[in-house]
Design a protein around this ligand. Structure first.
Ligand code: SF4
Ligand code: SF4
Length: 376
């Protein structure tokens, strides 16, 4: 495993474990045996950064991670990153209440990396008004948190403002071959690095989409490159090529992903990609961008829909149908979503809109899904 140094001096593994996509049972609970095996393998192979948050797995991620670390006496082997999720904060006293719950769930006295979660201009303004800066200073002084950062899903102007608003150690941005001009994007990355922040890459595989079998045209580009690499390997190597990326987070839900990512991480050095390799990625990216209809990352922040629409699944099948021009996506849509979770159940109530970090106009997009996937 390679390690890169964070602003505060910690040597963090270049591969971080995203604890939002553990294997799950039908009822949504975490398959603890499988998830534990994966975590063991990752930690045994040098992964030392676990990224969780209160809302992940419907509130089950933090308690599972806490239990796993305590029972296996691994707390001192890893850095825990978790988040202050602003949507739980209605008044100032909620900051303390939520933080105490997190310490209890994670079975620890301190958090190594505490991030203000999923910020955009509006959520940042609200939290500042409620006193978040004072709260963070207090936790730092009391040594309850070691490093303070933020994760971001807004526009670039707000990103600049938030970086300048506080003495952050790090930030976490969506960074992958497709999102260089999206949200913070490349401009945000460069700005954060210039300001001395460590940068953590989230969604390096765009919610796993970039690891899937690519469309034919992309397949051809990769096949003709002269390199024998999976699509995931191309995408991960691109992220690690940037020296300012300290670690990238991968929400690995299968052992084979853990193994593959660890293997790739071993020789993905910063600045190591050649001009030819970068050109391969540029060509593949152009094709993906042309074919990808909806930029949903599958983060599930829009859940639950009161009318039971399986929003990310609707978008997933719709994107698959257009990317691969394959009717089987319509069959899967029908079989897996049935009449209980399909797009046409949407009544345009708008409840999901403010929750989507990608700013997707969900009800409008669902209408497109209905047109292509439900109407014959
Ligand atoms: S707008 Fe549609 S998808 Fe969104 S919460 Fe309302 S019913 Fe669900
Ligand atoms: S629609 Fe938005 S909030 Fe919902 S899963 Fe997709 S990206 Fe996440």
């Amino acid at each position: 495993m390679q390690y890169r140094e964070m602003k505060g001096g910690d040597k963090v593994s270049v591969l971080g474990y995203g604890c939002m996509r553990f294997p799950t049972n039908k009822d949504g609970s975490i398959k603890e045996d499988k998830a534990s095996k994966q975590l063991f393998y990752a930690i045994d192979n040098g992964v030392n950064y676990l990224d969780t948050a209160k809302p992940y797995h419907g509130g089950r991620s933090e308690p599972f991670v806490g239990k796993f670390l305590e029972e296996n006496k691994l707390r001192d082997k890893v850095y825990i990153a978790t988040k202050l999720s602003g949507w739980y904060i209605k008044e100032t006293k909620d900051f303390d209440k939520i933080f105490k719950e997190q310490l209890k769930d994670l079975r620890t006295d301190y958090i190594d990396y505490y991030l203000v979660h999923g910020l955009n201009g509006k959520s940042w303004a609200k939290l500042k008004e409620l006193g978040v800066l004072k709260f963070l200073d207090k936790l730092k002084t009391k040594k309850k948190i070691r490093n303070v950062g933020f994760s971001f899903h807004g526009n670039i102007e707000h990103f600049y403002q938030i970086v300048d608003d506080y003495d952050w150690s790090f930030c976490q941005i969506q960074f992958n071959i497709l999102d260089t001009e999206y949200q913070a994007g490349m401009k945000g990355y460069l700005y954060a690095v210039k300001k001395g922040l460590s940068v953590i890459a989230m969604e390096p595989l765009r919610g796993g989409r970039l690891a899937q079998t690519p469309p034919e045209k992309v397949k051809e580009i990769y096949a003709n490159s002269g390199y024998k690499r999976t699509p995931a390997e191309w995408a991960l190597r691109w992220v690690w090529n940037y020296q300012g990326i300290t670690t990238l987070l991968s929400g690995m839900n299968q052992m084979k992903q853990v193994k593959e990512n660890i293997k790739i991480s071993k020789d993905s050095f910063s600045g190591s990609m050649t001009r030819e390799e970068l050109q391969v990625i540029e060509k593949a990216t152009k094709v993906y961008k042309k074919l990808m209809k909806i930029g949903c990352t599958g983060c599930m922040y829009c859940f639950p829909c009161p009318y039971n629409v399986a929003i990310p699944s609707c978008f997933e099948y719709y994107n698959g149908y257009h990317l691969y021009k394959d009717e089987k996506y319509k069959t899967w849509y029908k079989n897996f979503l049935g009449d209980k979770a399909k797009a046409s159940l949407c009544v345009n109530c708008g409840q999901c809109l403010p929750k989507c970090p990608q700013g997707l106009k969900i009800p409008d997009l669902l209408k497109k899904v209905v047109k292509d996937m439900e109407q014959i």
